[in-house]
Design a protein around this ligand. Structure first.
Ligand code: AQP
Length: 346
């Protein structure tokens, strides 16, 4: 199957995405990305990475990072990613990522990176004290995707701007080095319910691993009581649930809970409002908690089972890294040749 996103690119369609091992995954990661990972493997060659090099752009504990990689791998598999059909691996196990990131550093422009809103959000007023790696994060992300000539990237909405940067880098590389169609312009796959799950405490902030309040998110490993407690305390307002999607306007927290319900139940927000419109949160929140617990409990159980055998998980990740390397190696040979680099083993 040829790629349709860039007329000049005629290589195969290939899905790439990743998650940071910066803490336990949450419902936003699950609905925004993981659910799509599982669906896409039916008709695509898929690479799903655990991006530990991204995780070290902020403070991290070297003693726990490897175990956190295993936890993300377990979450992928427990949610339904099949490690035989899809390639699951840890980013730092394949050296192409860092090599291509350096080359892309020399292609990307400072102004492009200075416009990245995620850096501004994460750095706040402390930009001067942030690591260069955090600033450069989207360039490494472009290298992650393009080291495999990834054509489609399932992500949540927060990653849209980074994907645009990946496309700009790919296009500039192809143009600067007179290599039309060498890299595809990767297409984000964002649409669908759950693309933007917000904090349970503040409907204007996305649900995030790095939010200091655990009450702001539902973790994949939360049990039914924890989920019920978090949803019970989730910020809402004193009005009843509205009847129409339009009436959710200006009620970010309510819109978020209705969106979560819809994404978990496979209904549209309008269908959810058709059932729950006019009712209060005292009935809705426990129903949502039951729904979330029913979806997440089997995933948490399977994660526990997988994590009880770390050697087997490590074997799966090693096998994944070998398969990933086999795809990236000839692409990197071409990249070095195109750029005029010497390269290893010459
Ligand atoms: N709230 C969200 N709603 C929908 N999708 C989300 N994603 C993250 N948060 C939401 C998607 O999950 C994938 C993996 O994200 P990541 O681990 O690489 O980092 P992130 O986007 O920065 O997620 P976090 O949880 O906010 O991590 P921290 O706090 O460590 O920065 C991506 O596809 C992302 O879009």
């Amino acid at each position: 199957m040829t790629d349709v996103t860039s007329p000049a690119y005629t290589g195969p369609r290939r899905v790439f995405s990743g998650m940071q091992p910066t803490g336990g995954l949450h419902l936003g990661n699950y609905l925004g990305a993981l659910v799509k990972f599982v669906r896409l493997q039916d008709d695509n060659e898929c690479l799903y990475c655990i991006v530990d090099l991204h995780a070290i752009t902020v403070d991290h504990d070297p003693k726990t990072l490897q175990q956190q990689c295993r936890e993300v791998a377990a979450a992928y598999i427990a949610a339904g990613v099949d490690p035989e059909r899809s390639i699951i691996f840890v980013q730092s196990a394949v050296l192409a990522h860092t090599e291509l990131a350096w080359i892309f550093n020399c292609v990307a422009r400072m102004g492009w990176l200075q416009r990245m809103t995620q850096f501004k959000d994460k750095a706040g007023k402390n930009a001067e004290r942030m690591s260069v790696g955090l600033f450069d994060y989207p360039v490494l992300q472009a290298a992650d995707i393009l080291a495999y000539k990834g054509t489609h990237v399932p992500v949540g909405e927060d990653q849209k701007q980074h994907l645009e940067l990946s496309r700009d880098i790919a296009a500039k590389f192809n143009n600067d080095f007179n290599a039309p169609g060498f890299f595809p312009l990767p297409e984000p796959l964002i649409q669908g319910p759950g693309a933007r799950i917000m904090s349970l405490r503040d409907g204007k902030k996305k649900m995030s691993k790095s939010d200091p309040s655990d009450m702001s998110r539902i973790n994949l490993t939360d049990d039914a009581d924890a989920i019920a407690n978090k949803l019970k305390r989730a910020t809402t307002d004193s009005l009843p649930i509205p009847d129409t999607v339009e009436a959710l306007e200006g009620r970010a927290e309510v819109e978020n809970l209705v969106g979560i319900y819809a994404a978990l139940s496979g209904e549209t927000p309008a269908q959810v409002l058709g059932v729950w419109g006019g009712q209060g949160f005292a009935a809705f929140k426990p129903a949502l908690a039951d729904l979330a617990a029913a979806k997440l409990a089997p995933i948490a159980d399977e994660m526990r089972r997988l994590l009880a055998d770390p050697a087997a998980l490590d074997r799966t990740l090693r096998h994944g890294a070998e398969r990933a390397h086999a795809i990236a190696a000839p692409i990197m040979d071409d990249v070095r040749r195109i750029v005029g680099l010497w390269g290893p083993g010459r």
